[in-house]
Ligand binder design. Structure first.
Ligand SMILES: Cc1ncc(COP(=O)(O)O)c(C=O)c1O
Length: 387
């Protein structure tokens, strides 16, 4: 009997070890892991540099309170600021904390300039911003919010792609528009660059803030450091998590100077957020992932993989409806429910995971070897033949 609550529908398999793109069971069976903790292990399992970093820091200092200066966090914030639009950073431990903090930063900014009623956040219906109470109501998903009332107010929703509704839903009380640049759980749906640009224009015109949730699609996953980089847009607030910790719990909210002005001492905090151990791991991930050559490689290898997937789609036009995504945030959309396909891939020792709209999500480590991509292509091809 398991004493774990039943809130997950777990596959009946566990692993004892991981190395790079692979996971190993107790009996030594090897699986190609293209889930990577759902876009968390940006550098695969047990990356030697991260192992070295965690070992070294664990002997020095794990945790001190944010009541004291934390130089390791100063260093990571500086790296993030140098690489991105951000001028200030608050560290958290997870994605949902980062999106909650993003909402708080937006509301607090308007409060601080004497507009406390400007507090509503406009989001995409059935998006995903995490599992805390505010985040589930921000997501606007019936499934996620059912039974968790009373409703957390302050969120409005528009349908993905419905620009008319988006514009109509902006009122004098709207503080910000918050969207995922690429919807992950929602089925790997990209918000095109021209839309991101359009959103920035609308936000400027209406004097509201733009929050781009890059928890899943950020930190190199799209082939750019941020998925919105291509659009050249500067958002006001960006929550990040997942990839920045390379497997260690780490989140953050990035913001510009204007909105940071509302976050005065005592307005937000976290016991664990920004601890030296997490910060040193984040620093190492940044050193590796924020590098131009590394990102160029992600682009090159992921383009190769996308092209191979498109060939499979062409060969199996009745099985695969669409290849979605960018970089190593990939969705294979099937015409039918994807559960059995994912099971068949797993039988062939390839691990993938579901997203909405019959999508199979494929999330290799960003430093995946070409031979492992080829192996996955072979397996996907083989499974398509049986469908
Ligand atoms: C876009 C996005 N935002 C927020 C979250 C929540 O992150 P976490 O599960 O770390 O709380 C996720 C998690 O999948 C996500 O994909």
């Amino acid at each position: 009997m398991s004493f774990l609550a039943k809130n997950y529908n777990r596959k009946k398999i566990s692993f004892v070890r991981g190395k790079g793109s692979y996971l190993y069971t107790a009996n030594g069976t090897k699986y190609l892991d293209f889930v990577q903790g759902i876009a968390v292990n940006s550098l695969g399992h047990a990356h030697p540099e991260l192992v070295k970093t965690i070992n070294k820091q664990s002997k020095k200092l794990w945790h001190v309170s944010n009541a004291f200066l934390i130089p390791e966090g100063e260093k990571l914030a500086k790296k993030l600021a140098k690489k991105t639009f951000a001028e200030y950073v608050i560290f958290q431990n997870s994605g949902t904390e980062a999106t909650e903090a993003a909402i708080k930063v937006a509301r607090r900014y308007f409060y601080s300039i004497g507009k406390p009623n400007k507090n509503r956040i406009l989001c995409i219906k059935n998006s995903f911003h995490g599992r805390t109470l505010a985040a589930i109501f921000a997501s606007g998903s019936k499934k996620m919010t059912e039974g968790f009332g009373p409703k957390v107010g302050g969120f409005d929703h528009f349908k993905f792609g419905d620009h008319k509704s988006l514009k109509n839903k902006i009122t004098k009380d709207t503080a910000a528009i918050m969207i995922e640049t690429i919807m992950g759980e929602g089925g790997i749906k990209e918000v095109p660059d021209w839309c991101i640009k359009g959103l920035r224009k609308i936000c400027d015109k209406k004097k509201i803030l733009l929050i781009l949730d890059e928890v899943q699609c950020g930190i190199g996953r799209s082939g750019d450091f941020f998925a919105f980089d291509k659009s050249k847009v500067k958002p006001d607030i960006v929550p990040i998590a997942k990839g920045i910790g390379g497997g260690f719990p780490l989140g953050a909210v990035l913001m510009n100077k204007k909105v940071a002005s509302g976050m005065t001492a005592g307005t937000h905090g976290s016991t664990f957020g920004g601890n030296p151990l997490a910060m040193q791991i984040g620093n190492k991930v940044m050193d590796i992932v924020a590098n131009k050559n590394f990102l160029r490689n992600v682009k090159k290898n992921s383009e190769y993989f996308h092209n191979e997937l498109k060939k499979i789609k062409k060969n199996f036009p009745k099985v695969i409806k669409e290849i979605r995504g960018r970089g190593f945030l990939i969705g294979i959309q099937l015409y039918q429910d994807q559960t059995n396909f994912i099971k068949a891939l797993m039988k062939n020792k390839l691990l993938t995971i579901k997203a909405a709209e019959n999508v199979i999500r494929i999330l290799p480590p960003l430093n995946v070897k070409k031979e492992d991509l080829d192996k996955a292509i072979k397996i996907i091809n083989k499974v398509c033949e049986k469908f």
